[in-house]
Design a protein around this ligand. Structure first.
Ligand code: ATP
Ligand code: MG
Length: 559
């Protein structure tokens, strides 16, 4: 999808916004927010939410806030805040004004809780968590009122002040709103809005020992910021009546509305921060930015571009029905973006020696080849042809199958951009492994094939004498099952693909790539798209394969 097509992409959220604009709801303003909890890195599902929130604001000349939903201090950290900020910026979005934090509003949220107490709509409940659960009932049985529900306003004010002052231990008191213990919606059964947590907070330090619940904090933070359309995922649909209850029962400065959309699920991976954290904590991957991770940082390190992720989010659309998107769609999006933008290079990933018997040992012939086959503006590069060359092990077959397009004994193949060579002799080691191919080159085949000349095909190569050693990391799906979370008997960890990473330590790349910068992206001819990994340094060049040239999985499925 091109940039222009993307601009015309529409969805049901846009239709709601357009109707609101037409009717003058929210005074003709559009203000959205992206509200991550800083308890992990962002993943591809968050990218969908980011594109929707920032994209909607952009489309209707509105603004989008970045707000950290930081009401669970024990699980949150500055490291995660920094990573999230970096990822949103990298995706190319700009939030309005300063970064915001729900914790900026702790005092206001506290004051509104006092307001609810004074209105007779909130009470301090001293049931234990177990008792509270028992009183809550279940989906088939109504709950029972807490014995603390009818405390006087004064008693509640004093008890809430005591909560704030640290006078209650964790789990011994909570502030709850009085709604309806018989409501068929469990979220409306006198929900807890403040609990005691004697925890240090990354933003507010030790200022607070009570923290607001997500349901209480979220809508009011939206109202404080003047958010018009509070967009969240479908699991919050049942929370919407509570969201609206707070907005109706508090003197908030604005009336935001909540709308839900289906979260992104992607096959062969997971999009749960808790489980991604487990992969990191238990060292199943090298970190949050491991190139196999579906995190924005992981995709970035793998070689994905911000535009490809945004195009992917446009491609999958925004609806209200849950579904699972095929990983091949994400891969198609990155191929699309990289094909036209990536300079070409030749890299032999699993080398085998190819010696040109009729080429002078000391000679070095330089060939000028295009950086991109279809884009002359990218210019050319120079590659040296020498007596000792390397080709890909898989490009040689002792016994050529039918229609073999590569090299075999007594057969000829073109070395891309250079000469045709014919394999005259195969040298094997004691185990019968091929170690060297002795070939002759035909000087008449420089540039183009003479008319009567029929090489099998074209293969990539590098000079063994003048090329750069590098490490290539090949990736496969992180899980062997399309849905690693589906099995109720087994853990998702049981389905980690043991072959998700293959290290190729003996690769060699054309000499001009010696200075390739971290994060720069290339197409290695015939091999796929690659990007320079951050593990690279002056002595060692490391490449990640972003994606193959074709969808190899679809090929397998069709065979
Ligand atoms: P997780 O369940 O993985 O911890 P979360 O929903 O708790 O994710 P938040 O940090 O609260 O993570 O998410 C920020 C925003 O991103 C929320 O509005 C949330 O709805 C949205 N979001 C999270 N996961 C997805 C997903 N898979 N697809 C689309 N949006 C998502
Ligand atoms: Mg959440």
């Amino acid at each position: 999808m091109s940039k222009n097509e993307a601009a015309t992409v529409t969805n049901f959220i846009h239709q709601i916004v357009e109707k609101d604009l037409e009717q003058g709801t929210h005074a003709g303003q559009v203000m959205t927010r992206f509200p991550p909890e800083p308890n992990g890195f962002l993943h591809i599902g968050h990218a969908k939410s980011i594109c929707l929130n920032f994209g909607t604001a952009e489309k209707y000349q509105g603004v989008c806030n970045l707000r950290f939903d930081d009401t669970n201090p024990e699980k949150e950290s500055q490291e995660y805040i920094d990573a999230i900020v970096r990822d949103v910026e990298w995706l190319g979005f700009k939030w309005a004004g300063d970064i915001r934090y729900t914790s900026d509003y702790f005092q206001q949220l506290f004051d509104w809780a006092v307001y609810l107490i004074k209105e007779g709509k909130a009470f301090v409940c001293e049931l234990s968590p177990e008792e509270m659960r028992a009183y809550r009932g279940n989906l088939t049985e109504p709950g029972k009122n807490s014995p603390f529900r009818d405390r006087s306003v004064d008693e509640n004010l004093a008890a809430f002040e005591k909560m704030r002052a640290g006078g209650y231990e964790e789990g011994t008191a909570a502030l709850r709103v009085k709604i309806d213990m018989a409501s068929p919606n469990m979220n409306m059964r006198d929900p807890v809005i403040y609990r005691v947590r004697k925890a240090h907070h990354h933003q507010t330090g030790d200022q607070w020992c009570i923290y607001p619940s997500y349901d209480y904090a979220h809508g009011q933070s939206d109202a404080i910021e003047g958010i018009t359309h509070s967009i969240c995922t479908l699991e919050f649909e049942d929370h919407r009546p509570l969201y609206d209850w707070f907005i109706e029962n508090l003197p908030v400065p604005a009336k935001p509305r909540q709308y839900e959309f289906a979260r992104l699920n992607l096959n062969y991976t997971i999009t749960s921060k808790r489980k991604l954290k487990q992969l990191v904590d238990e060292a199943h991957v090298s970190g949050w930015d491991d190139p196999r991770m579906p995190t924005v940082s992981g995709l970035r390190r793998r070689g994905y571009t911000p535009q490809s992720i945004r195009n992917f989010c446009d491609m999958i659309g925004v609806t209200r029905s849950n579904s699972t998107v095929d990983m091949s769609m994400l891969e198609a999006a990155i191929r699309d973006d990289l094909d036209s933008a990536s300079p070409r290079a030749m890299c032999v990933i699993d080398p085998i020696k190819l010696t040109i018997s009729n080429f002078d040992e000391s000679a070095e012939e330089w060939f000028e080849v295009p950086m991109h086959p279809k884009d002359e503006s990218m210019g050319t590069r120079r590659i040296p042809f020498t007596k000792n060359l390397l080709i890909e092990r898989e490009d040689f077959a002792m016994e050529a199958p039918k229609k073999w397009k590569r090299l075999a004994p007594n057969q000829a193949v073109r070395l891309r951009g250079a000469y045709c060579v014919t394999c005259q002799e195969v040298i094997t080691d004691a185990n019968g492994e091929v170690v060297e191919l002795i070939c002759t080159y035909d000087p008449a085949t420089k540039g183009e094939n003479p008319t009567d000349y029929k090489p099998n095909g074209v293969v990539h190569w590098v000079s063994a004498d003048n090329s750069v050693p590098c490490e290539v990391r090949l990736y496969d799906r992180l899980f062997t099952e399309a849905n690693p979370e589906a099995d109720k008997e087994r853990e998702f960890l049981d389905f980690i693909n043991p072959e998700s990473l293959t290290l190729m330590p003996n690769a060699r790349i054309e000499v001009g790539m010696a200075q390739a910068a971290v994060e720069s992206r290339y197409q290695f001819e015939r091999q796929g798209y690659f990007c320079v990994d951050s593990d690279s340094n002056a002595d060692r060049l490391v490449f990640n394969r972003t994606v193959g040239l074709r969808d190899s999985w679809a090929k397998i499925a069709n065979n």
